[in-house]
Ligand binder design. Structure first.
Ligand code: SF4
Ligand code: SF4
Ligand code: SF4
Length: 294
């Protein structure tokens, strides 16, 4: 933990406010998960050290605005004791975002929260050449806009058909928002080019004609928000959460080693940068974990 005694500038989660007379203190709240007890204490601390205000950010964290310089140090200690330490901003790995995933959402294909917690433990707050956002959604509905992050993970599910059991009722066709399913001569047909592997049809067939294949992790790199937003490049789709973690490790290392300060990652990615990443992935990720068929 960096201490306020190293200077307020050493704490990347402490943001100088307009006029520089006070600070906004941003918390570390991985995936936006916080206990009721912790949030009550954060509210009390805001009243004690800030003003009567909290701010919920777009990256699932909480800010305590209007903290005076002399209050930053006692607030830092109290936040540590509460398990909600000061977070990160600027050129670091900032709060990891994740959707509720299969802990709560019936559309989820993967456990986004557990992966987010693991990634947070490894990478949160690390100094990087560029601000690094990691977002994880458990299905292509992309509730945390992960493709606008430097590193994005989306959970997919391949539908596996057992057409011999199909009644041709058409229920799944109604549910597929991509028009990828069609009943032809009483049997369900899948149009692979249209299917985005959202997995919705798996949950809708009343006769279990469409079952769940193995969950996949689609990983994107170099997305950005701001004035000129960009979707991240699709780097790879893999099976298995351990493989997904390994790909994230490669991407984080390549940001650390290769990115330059002063530009967002999405503005410095070129073919040479991408080819370094792709060749490293080819060397380190077992081919059997790479999703090549669609
Ligand atoms: S991204 Fe998908 S799984 Fe996650 S909350 Fe949204 S709908 Fe549910
Ligand atoms: S996985 Fe999604 S896109 Fe593909 S067929 Fe099923 S509902 Fe349609
Ligand atoms: S819902 Fe099931 S039974 Fe009905 S058309 Fe789709 S796959 Fe066939």
């Amino acid at each position: 933990m960096k201490l306020v005694t190293e200077g307020i500038d050493a704490l990347p989660g402490v943001i100088v406010e307009e006029g520089a007379r006070s600070y906004t203190v941003r918390l570390r709240v991985p995936a936006g998960v916080i206990t009721p007890g912790q949030i009550k204490k954060v509210a009390d601390l805001a009243q004690e050290f800030g003003t009567d205000m909290l701010h919920l950010t777009t990256r699932q964290t909480i800010e305590i605005p209007h903290v005076t310089e002399e209050n930053v140090a006692p607030l830092q200690i109290a936040l540590e004791e509460n398990g909600t330490p000061i977070g990160a901003e600027h050129e670091t790995v900032v709060n990891i975002t994740a959707c509720p995933g299969n802990e709560r959402c019936r559309l989820a294909n993967v456990d986004s929260l557990s992966l987010a917690m693991d990634v947070d433990k490894k990478y949160f707050g690390r100094d990087m050449p560029v601000k690094t956002r990691i977002g994880i959604s458990a299905c292509p509905n992309a509730c945390v806009s992960e493709r606008l992050c430097e590193v994005g993970v989306t959970g997919l599910l391949k539908p596996v058909r057992h057409p011999e059991k199909c009644t041709g009722c058409g229920t799944c066709v109604e549910y597929c928002k991509e028009d990828a399913l069609e009943v032809v001569n009483g049997v369900i047909i899948l149009n692979n080019d249209r299917c985005i592997r959202c997995g919705s049809c798996v949950h809708t067939c009343p006769y279990d004609v469409i079952t769940a294949g193995e969950p996949w992790y689609q990983i994107t790199f170099g997305g950005k928000r701001g004035r000129h937003p960009k979707l991240g490049h699709h780097i790879i789709t893999v099976s298995g959460v351990e493989t997904a973690s390994k790909v994230i490790d490669i991407l984080m290392y390549r940001i650390y080693r290769h990115a330059v300060s002063g530009l967002l990652l999405g503005d410095q990615l070129d073919d040479a940068y991408l080819s370094i990443i792709l060749s490293e992935i080819e060397k380190k990720i077992p081919p059997e974990n790479i999703v090549s068929e669609w």
